[in-house]
Write a protein that binds this ligand. Structure first.
Ligand SMILES: NC(=O)c1ccc[n+]([C@@H]2O[C@H](COP(=O)([O-])OP(=O)(O)OC[C@H]3O[C@@H](n4cnc5c(N)ncnc54)[C@H](OP(=O)(O)O)[C@@H]3O)[C@@H](O)[C@H]2O)c1
Length: 375
């Protein structure tokens, strides 16, 4: 039956859409037909897929007829506009935008973290010919920074509990789509010629600069939209929404754009609920599917955006006890006593994480959700 599916990408010409094409091809996603959609501007464009060329069509409500699963990455307003038509046509949406992420009837899923959310009862379901069970009408892909963070924190939460996490992100230009990447490249070239063109996509010059994330700040919380997403989406994915505050992971975030083309980095300070050693933290991370530990202190080999670019795995390194809990002289003394840094029990740790936000943070996660749905 999966081989008879008609699937679609809405936003196929965009930064995420193009990666979806690659993921579907690389993972040999079963289907009979793949249709590509974008705005009317791109209608007629040919995109390569599995050795042939597919023609992009203009996305309309009627175009969704006959499609079984549509991977949407065309922005929130388009998902909101087309969701009712998709439901009428029995077309399941897997959406990369933030339109429905916090809707209680829409599962928000990272397949390695909360696959059960896909089968939890929800009042927005479709009865489709390709599944014996009703399937969710819409499944939301979390924010890219959230996915990358939770790939690293979830195994630690499972093994030791997480009381608190302080997150600082270093986010790539392509997180703002193809136009974000273009602005970084154009401004860098212009800067090297001694020119300073006015920013168009971002609110600050991007070449040789970094700045607070380009989303609006809520005057009531002081958090920008990206920071708020990391905090609230984590709570939903971990199923902590109805828990009293003391039982939830307390999370705060500072989100920053850096002049990197692709892959987000995150520095995270965590407080565990139970003591662990760096060795145990590293082992829990290494055993989690989709995580690769890159943590060699001797050679200074740690995650970087370039190492993470084009990779399905989220890279984690710089795993070390929090030196604000065990001061460096105390840490050094304990390390000498125990023959190294990795066997000191502690509740606080620092980590550095890098993940390709176009892949695991968007396209790959969406395709993995589709794979789970058709299983
Ligand atoms: N970039 C990331 O790292 C990332 C990560 C996670 C989630 N997301 C989310 O994924 C979505 C897409 O992001 P992106 O970075 O791929 O953006 P992008 O590069 O700007 O691409 C946007 C896509 O949407 C299409 N589109 C725009 N207006 C349309 C319309 N009226 N009708 C149909 N299609 C339309 C564009 O088609 P044309 O080429 O014809 O304009 C293009 O294919 C956004 O909701 C974003 O927040 C992005």
């Amino acid at each position: 039956m999966p081989n008879q599916l008609t699937i679609a990408i809405a936003g196929a010409t965009g930064a995420v859409g193009r990666e979806m094409l690659t993921c579907l091809e690389k993972r040999r996603f079963p289907h009979a037909r793949l249709r590509l959609f974008a705005s009317a501007r791109s209608a007629g464009t040919a995109l390569p897929f599995a050795g042939c060329e597919l023609t992009v069509e203009a996305l309309t409500a009627d175009a969704l007829a006959g499609i079984d699963i549509a991977l949407f990455s065309a922005g929130s307003s388009i998902t909101r506009d087309l969701a009712p038509a998709a439901a009428r046509h029995n077309c399941v949406i897997i959406d990369n935008s933030s339109a429905f992420r916090m809707d209680p009837s829409v599962p928000l899923v990272v397949p390695e973290v909360n696959p059960a959310a896909l089968v939890a009862p929800t009042n927005k379901v479709l009865s489709v010919k390709w599944s014996a069970q009703p399937v969710p009408a819409i499944v939301a892909n979390p924010n890219c920074s959230t996915i990358i963070l939770l790939m690293a924190l979830t195994p630690l939460r499972t093994a030791f509990g997480i009381e608190r996490a302080v997150v600082s992100t270093y986010q790539a230009a392509s997180g703002a789509g193809a136009k974000g990447m273009d602005e970084l490249e154009e401004q860098t070239r212009a800067d090297l010629r001694g020119e300073r063109p006015a920013p168009k996509v971002f609110h600050e010059p991007y070449a040789f600069n970094l700045f607070s994330h380009n989303t609006a700040i809520d005057p009531l919380t002081g958090l920008n939209v990206e920071e708020t997403k990391v905090i609230l989406e984590t709570r939903k994915i971990w199923g902590e929404e109805s828990l009293p505050p003391a039982q939830r992971a307390a999370i705060t975030a500072t989100c920053i754009r850096v002049p990197v083309r692709r892959a987000h980095a995150e520095s995270v300070n965590i407080t565990l609920r139970r003591e662990a050693t760096a060795r145990q933290v590293r082992e829990a991370l290494a055993a989690f599917p989709g995580v690769q530990v890159v943590d060699d202190r001797d050679t200074n080999n740690f995650p970087t955006p370039l190492k993470a670019s084009g990779k399905d795995e989220v890279l984690v390194g710089r795993i070390r006890p929090d030196a604000s809990l065990l001061a460096p002289d105390e840490l050094a003394r304990l390390a000498r006593d125990r023959g190294g840094l990795d066997d000191i029990p502690c509740r606080g740790f620092d980590l550095f994480i890098c993940g390709d936000q176009l892949l695991k943070g968007a396209a790959l996660n969406a395709v993995q959700i589709a794979e789970l749905l058709i299983k």
